[in-house]
Design a protein around this ligand. Structure first.
Ligand code: IPM
Ligand code: MG
Length: 372
């Protein structure tokens, strides 16, 4: 019997291309695993009105971790049109399967390392080495939204906060409300994870990225919690930066920062910015990590126009695989894989189109495997 069971979820578009590249590397490194294919994505929305079928949840429950390729999402109106005729008009509403996975499996930490590997022509500046800790289950992603705004909800809000009165003359169908819900526990967990990481890897600072001067309660809770948690880590400095200023500083002096910690929506935004500093989404790996399970996915989307063309850069997927090794405690494999990736980047002989080369997705996988 294999040592590990891994759920294998290519998902949509180029998800399959990049996961094939990962498989080349996994085989070469002799990772002792059984891979169990799990259905997820647009195909299952169209045919079953559920992009995350129950059978997939069962597979996740019976495996050690999951590797996930990419997902296609579309705005609300377009989703309904894509359903097979038998399923149309039945009131099915699309919700992103990755967001569901994060919430239903309580994968509360989204870890997104962004390192400028030497020799990458796409690096914004060399020596950037950032890690983003993004809270992964709360905040604006809770999906509690109203449009039109029911009178009952409006009146309840107004009873608790007179500022709602400003909208008295706006009809409910002209108001949309999305709730930002953050808990003390959620804040404490993500901030503790960030500090624990800083401690383990000798990082000098943790920067909490929020907007407490305006969003006083939710961002305020994050910052106040960060101050409390920081007391347990005397050697590590806590910096507090507003999200807007952070975007500016990251473009100006990205090397000044080390570990960033933030809430779900700000983390979504700032992690794309950080990805671009180190070569773009072709290099952005991520882990959705909970107490009992983790799903590893490159940050990029499904790029449908490139699906099956083996054109896109699989480095993000390979770095994601490295993160899975770390999670499973396979530290030697993680380090070997990262070194192999770094070497291929440094040599610059095998490159996909985004790096100015002509190699295919699978050739990158083979080049990395050859270094192992
Ligand atoms: C990400 C993506 C997702 C998110 C989308 C696909 C729902 O942008 O992982 O950053 O918003 O979290
Ligand atoms: Mg995103």
């Amino acid at each position: 019997m294999a040592k590990y069971k891994i759920a294998w979820m290519p998902g949509d578009g180029v998800g399959n291309d990049v996961m094939e590249a990962a498989k080349i590397v996994l085989d070469k490194i002799k990772f002792d695993a059984e891979y169990i294919h799990a259905d997820i994505g647009w195909e299952f929305w169209k045919t079953e009105a559920n992009p995350l079928p129950d059978r997939t949840a069962d597979i996740l429950n019976s495996t050690d971790a999951a590797l996930f390729g990419a997902i296609t999402s579309m705005p609300k109106e377009e989703c309904e049109k894509e359903l097979i005729p038998e399923l149309q008009g039945k009131g099915y509403v699309y919700s992103s399967p990755i967001v569901r996975l994060r919430q239903e499996f309580n994968l509360r930490t989204n870890l997104r390392p962004c390192r400028a590997y030497a020799g990458n022509p796409l690096n914004y500046k060399d020596e950037i080495d950032l890690v983003v800790f993004r809270e992964n289950t709360e905040d604006l992603y809770v999906g509690i939204e109203f449009h039109p705004l029911p009178d009952e909800v409006r009146n309840t809000i107004k009873a608790h906060n007179p500022k709602m009165g400003r909208f008295d003359n706006t009809p409910g169908e002209d108001i949309a409300v999305s709730l930002r819900v953050n808990t003390r526990n959620g804040c404490r967990n993500i901030i503790t994870d960030a500090f624990e990481y800083a401690k383990k890897f000798n990082r000098p600072s943790v920067t909490v990225v929020e907007k407490p001067n305006v969003v006083r309660e939710t961002s305020g809770l994050m910052v106040r919690t960060a101050r409390e948690v920081a007391k347990n880590y005397p050697g590590i400095e806590l910096w507090e930066t507003n999200i807007d200023a952070m975007c500016m500083w990251l473009v100006k002096n990205p090397m000044d920062y080390s570990v960033l910690v933030t809430s779900n929506m700000f983390g979504d935004i700032v992690s794309d910015l950080c990805a671009q500093l180190v070569g773009g989404l072709g290099f952005a790996a991520s882990g959705n990590i909970g107490d009992n399970y983790a799903v590893f996915e490159p940050t990029h989307g499904s790029a449908p126009k490139y699906a099956g063309k083996y054109k896109v850069n699989p480095m993000a997927m390979l770095l994601t695989t490295k993160m899975m090794f770390d999670y499973l405690g396979e530290t030697e494999k993680a380090n070997n894989l990262e070194n192999a990736i770094a070497e291929v980047i440094k040599e610059g002989k095998v490159r996909t189109y985004d790096m100015g080369g002509t190699n295919t997705t699978l050739e990158i996988g083979e080049a990395v495997a050859a270094k192992l």
